[in-house]
Design a protein around this ligand. Structure first.
Ligand code: ZN
Length: 143
């Protein structure tokens, strides 16, 4: 797993199993920052169906990283990002086993729209794969 601060390689310094899942302490090999990741068993039950029909497991770390990137240098705290991830995960678990990737993208964008407009545009530009400045203008007008 990559460091959530600088994207470098990390090592696991401690690993604990509990009925809630696996808890890992990680340390970045480059910036030496430490953080904890949780892997809950039920997370494996959410399957994301991508545009081309491929399926992959939903990973909340991946979603969190996307949010951190979108919120870089914005007044959004890690707590707020974690809250979005938790809320989306909860909703997905209620929805059932398979969810379209586009549904998750829209959920994230709805949350970001309320939280921070710049982060929202950043996320939307990656997610919607904006081709040129026209797409940006269209999205900004919609705010
Ligand atoms: Zn790092």
């Amino acid at each position: 797993m990559k460091c959530k601060f600088c994207d470098s390689e990390t090592k696991v310094t401690d690993k604990r199993e509990s009925h809630e899942g696996t808890r890992r302490r990680r340390e970045c090999l480059k910036c030496k920052k430490r953080f904890t990741t949780y892997e809950k068993p039920e997370e494996k039950d959410i399957i994301v169906v991508k545009k081309d029909g491929r399926r992959e497991h939903f990973l909340d770390e991946k979603l969190r990283l996307g949010l951190i990137k979108a919120c870089q240098k914005r007044p959004v705290s890690m707590e707020e990002i974690d809250k979005i991830v938790e809320e989306i995960k909860e909703k997905l678990l209620k929805k059932g086993k398979e969810v379209k990737g586009s549904v998750i993208g829209e959920m994230v964008m709805n949350k970001l729209k309320k939280l921070d407009k710049v982060a929202y545009i950043r996320f939307a530009s990656v997610y919607r794969d904006f081709k040129d400045v026209k797409d940006f203008k269209k999205e900004i007008r919609g705010l």
